[in-house]
Design a protein around this ligand. Structure first.
Ligand SMILES: [Zn+2]
Length: 452
């Protein structure tokens, strides 16, 4: 693992040091000193994560000779969200202290600290308390502002320390969430293959391989994760960290996020599971999104795309006004509608551009289909893996109404400009047909798969 991480750190632009080991909390002081020198540190945590690791982090910092300039501990009730309010509170507090923040926690604490540190013009360091997200090492923080989920630009942490003992002791649902987020790279990798084949976005081999190379190995043993097996948890954390480092290299989340994340983003923006305590995790939404997208791929791969009616599709292709009208119709919330219109129009090809793309598709379909079959796993197999890790695998389990889930296939396509299988299906005139098939009585979501 160390060699792979070292090579990845060489590719990453912002993170210099990653430690994933048993007992790593004891190294926090030394890592901090090595990255920032003799500057004071402040701890940022919530009540729960502080209890798990805060004191030991402070001890390690003091032992290395660092000065502690205070701690900012968020309450756990009401549940903390990565929103502009949390960022603002922390930023104002940090402004009163000349110190480097050490975020002790999981995804939310890390995102808030990442953004607030950036707004104060400071670097920071992360101490991970759960292998629950890939956001530790990614640049950019996912912050909700006026109900819309944005990825706000800000540098990744200078260093990440993950103590495997702490990760293995994290609540089962958090490890399971991280597993689902990582498993989603199977469909996101497929989406990049599609975008590459159609000349929309070429694959950067190094960034692609950083995640896709070891992905099957990282995700092979979900049952061991559930039992808190340290080796399996360390492997999961490595995968999540590598996903972030690949984003740093490629300067985009393309390396780690495709249509499965568009599903989860849409549900997140609409507040799915926000009223649960703890709130429904990012990973659990991504997991169900991954199954849903793999099911769509399964339908698409059964089609003969060498035979689509390019002329007919291009003749019926909507203009920009029509796209805007449809997108607005699909999003009753005006803030979301505005953002979705911008994203949709940014990727909407002219009829001429579409024709060239579709010709390329028909000519290259057999080769593309082969690449995708190698990349993907069947949706049923993904469900089995997720269930073994302790993740929900069906829309109902995460509280989605059936009709709203069905509509996600069309709506999610509109919220991000990133090219995915949703665009492939839409542009080849097959999205509606595939969704019909998926929800037919003998389709993936129509029969026994639909339960519970
Ligand atoms: Zn994710």
């Amino acid at each position: 693992m160390e060699e792979r991480l070292d090579a990845a750190l060489g590719e990453a632009s912002e993170t210099d040091r990653v430690v994933i080991e048993k007992g790593a909390l004891g190294q926090v002081g030394e890592v901090f000193e090595g990255c920032f020198g003799a500057v004071p540190a402040v701890i940022v945590a919530d009540e729960r994560t502080f209890e798990v690791a805060g004191e030991e982090v402070e001890r390690s910092l003091k032992a290395a000779g660092c000065t502690l300039a205070g701690r900012f501990v968020f309450p756990v009730h009401p549940p903390l969200f990565p929103d502009s309010e949390g960022v603002g509170d922390l930023r104002e507090w940090l402004r009163g202290r000349e110190a480097v923040p050490v975020a002790v926690g999981a995804g939310t604490i890390n995102d808030i600290t990442k953004r607030a540190s950036h707004e104060c013009g400071r670097p920071y360091m992360a101490v991970a308390t759960a292998a629950s997200v890939d956001g530790y090492t990614s640049f950019g923080a996912t912050i909700t502002e006026d109900g819309y989920k944005h990825t706000l630009p800000c540098p990744a942490p200078r260093a990440v320390v993950a103590d495997v003992d702490v990760l293995a002791g994290a609540p089962e649902r958090m490890t399971a969430s991280g597993y689902a987020d990582l498993l989603g790279k199977i469909t996101s990798g497929a989406d990049w293959i599609v975008a590459d084949a159609l000349g929309v976005e070429a694959i950067d081999r190094t960034s692609f391989e950083m995640v896709q190379g070891p992905l099957r190995r990282w995700t092979a043993a979900p049952g061991r994760l559930r039992r808190g097996d340290e080796e399996a948890v360390a492997g999961l954390m490595e995968g999540l960290v590598m996903s972030g480092l690949a984003m740093q290299r490629y300067r985009s989340s393309r390396t780690a996020s495709g249509a499965e994340h568009q599903f989860s983003h849409l549900w997140e923006m609409e507040g799915l599971g926000h009223d649960q305590d703890p709130p429904l995790s990012h990973g659990f939404k991504v997991g169900v999104g991954t199954v849903a997208i793999a099911a769509l791929y399964e339908r698409m791969l059964l089609k003969d795309l060498t035979d689509i009616d390019v002329d007919g599709i291009c003749r019926r292709w909507p203009g920009r006004d029509e796209v805007e009208r449809r997108v607005r119709e699909a999003h009753p919330n005006p803030v979301m509608a505005r953002a979705a219109v911008e994203e949709s129009l940014a990727k909407h090809p002219t009829a001429g551009e579409l024709r060239r793309r579709l010709v390329r598709l028909t000519q290259g379909w057999e080769a593309l289909r082969g690449r995708l079959r190698e990349q993907l796993l069947p949706p049923g197999e993904l469900r089995r893996l997720l269930a073994e890790a302790g993740c929900p695998t069906s829309p109902r389990e995460i509280g989605l109404e059936w009709e709203s889930f069905r509509q996600t296939y069309a709506r999610a396509q509109t919220i991000r400009r990133r090219y995915t299988v949703l665009d492939l299906a839409l542009e080849s005139g097959l999205l509606e047909e595939c969704v019909e098939e998926l929800f037919a009585p003998d389709g993936f979501w129509g029969g026994s798969s639909a339960s519970p």
